[in-house]
Design a protein. Structure first.
Length: 248
């Protein structure tokens, strides 16, 4: 079972990295020079975003599965998997109202990320040229999805700052907790920045702001920055979980 959990969390990192890299590719398709030289650029860009959004959704579902279902597995095999349960983000069994409230908060945090990826996927489909009449709806879905993602990542950072490596019962905000959870915080920080860049970029991708080449390229550049930050989060996930699993 320990091997299964290791493979699951590594696959989560791979899926997230694929999402970030395909978002970079999709963003490049929206520069005016690429559109002028490649008549299928917009179609390719939309498909890159569809694949990337699906990868993000798979990654979020894997992460939730690792937390929620993995919690159940570890509770049944606690002795065999003691090393895993002490080093990952799977929590103790809830015994008090405070524990249950914290569990609900964590589930809602995961739900925010999953919702953001679903909105990205729906918006990406509407970016396909055959749905050009619904491009504004696609923009709105992408804007909303980006907001859900960066708010979710900001919440994760706050939760990490409230997670003590010394006292698991201490759930107050402490700056020293940031140092203990630095890798996870950087992952959420980069993912949140990706959401911010897509939030601003998609607003500027609305038709009233893309009537000139400058407006189109400005939005594409912001998209590209967002994809880069998503990819950085994916690379950090790869480093974090690859190194963790190789230390076992």
């Amino acid at each position: 079972m320990e091997t299964f959990l290791k493979h699951l969390i590594q696959l989560y990192g791979i899926s997230y990295l694929i999402g970030g890299l395909t978002f970079i590719c999709g963003s490049c398709m929206y520069f005016t020079k690429v559109i002028a030289e490649y008549d299928q650029a917009l179609n390719a860009g939309a498909w890159f975003y569809i694949v990337g959004s699906a990868a993000f959704l798979i990654a979020d579902l894997q992460d939730w599965f690792y937390y929620r279902i993995g919690l159940f597995i570890i509770s049944k095999h606690r002795k065999e998997n003691n090393a895993v349960s002490n080093t990952n983000h799977v929590d103790k069994e809830p015994k008090t109202c405070s524990d249950r409230y914290r569990r609900i908060q964590i589930d809602l945090n995961y739900l925010g990320s999953i919702l953001g990826s679903i909105l990205y996927l729906a918006g990406s489909v509407l970016f396909l040229p055959k749905f050009s009449d619904d491009i504004i709806a696609g923009d709105v879905l992408f804007i909303t999805g980006s907001a859900a993602i960066y708010l979710s990542e900001a919440w994760k950072i706050y939760r990490l700052a409230c997670t003590s490596a010394v006292d698991p019962n201490d759930t107050h905000f402490h700056f020293q907790n940031i140092r203990h959870n630095l890798q996870a915080i950087f992952i959420s920080f980069f993912a949140g920045l990706g959401g911010v860049f897509y939030f601003v970029g998609t607003i500027l991708f609305l038709p009233q702001y893309t009537s000139t080449d400058f407006g189109e390229n400005r939005a594409a550049a912001l998209f590209l920055c967002g994809g880069i930050f998503f990819s950085l989060a994916g690379l950090l996930l790869q480093y974090r979980y690859f190194c963790r699993c190789n230390r076992k």
